[in-house]
Design a protein around this ligand. Sequence first.
Ligand code: NAP
Length: 223
Amino acid sequence: MSTILVTGASRGIGAATARALSDRDLVLVGRDTDALDSVARDCRSARVVTADLTTADGIAAAAAGIDTLDGLVHCAGVAGLGRVDESDAEQWRHQYEVNVVAVVELTRVLLPALRAARGDVVVVNSGAGTTAKPGWGAYSASKFALRAFTDTLRGEEPDLRVTSVHPGRVDTDMQRGIVASEGRTYTPDAYLRAESVATVIRQALEATADAHIAEVAIRPRPR
Ligand code: NAP
């Protein structure tokens, strides 16, 4: 049975992805142990790792004991809105640390295990990773950088499949925070369901061996 590591598995898109892959051997990574345990109970075979991926110890804990890895799904991420004139260096740094550096570093450490399995790397990016809008500078810049990383990795590691997933707004805690900071009303039905993004991630992992889904954009459909 193939092993898949999912980051951000405690909530939102990561938790939905873990549940969508509940028939696989899973490693579930996040910071909230109780929430991870709750997701793990819905899965056939899941090992929980509590780790802050912005720390070297967290990266080491997440990767510990993994010699061969069929899928690495990066769902952990943070979003903080703000115009350039109101975003300080710490806001930019934090979003780069979680959304870029942690993804790059965990992937780098797990590359031997991924190569051993000719595995898949799926990275949850964003519509903000292809279009930058006023008020979204730090988040968007981090996601543009993340896209540069996936493009680079795809070229450097031809035996791996590297999928960049670009959802529009998804009904999760992150989106609640974004809508609150925009001063708008939260309307869950206007957004994608986390389960719908998870379905696309599963499809990328289960693409036939001759196919490599490099990039997917998913937009909410009015309902
Ligand atoms: P979410 O509900 O806020 O969940 C974020 C996840 O990231 C949580 O599991 C959290 O873990 C984890 N995380 C954050 N900082 C971490 C750190 N330092 N170390 C380890 N884990 C950390 O967010 P979401 O909406 O599911 O977003 C998932 C991904 O989708 C993100 O990359 C986001 O940018 C992207 N995305 C989201 C939307 C949207 O509308 N929601 C749209 C496009 C793209 P803990 O809870 O355990 O702390």
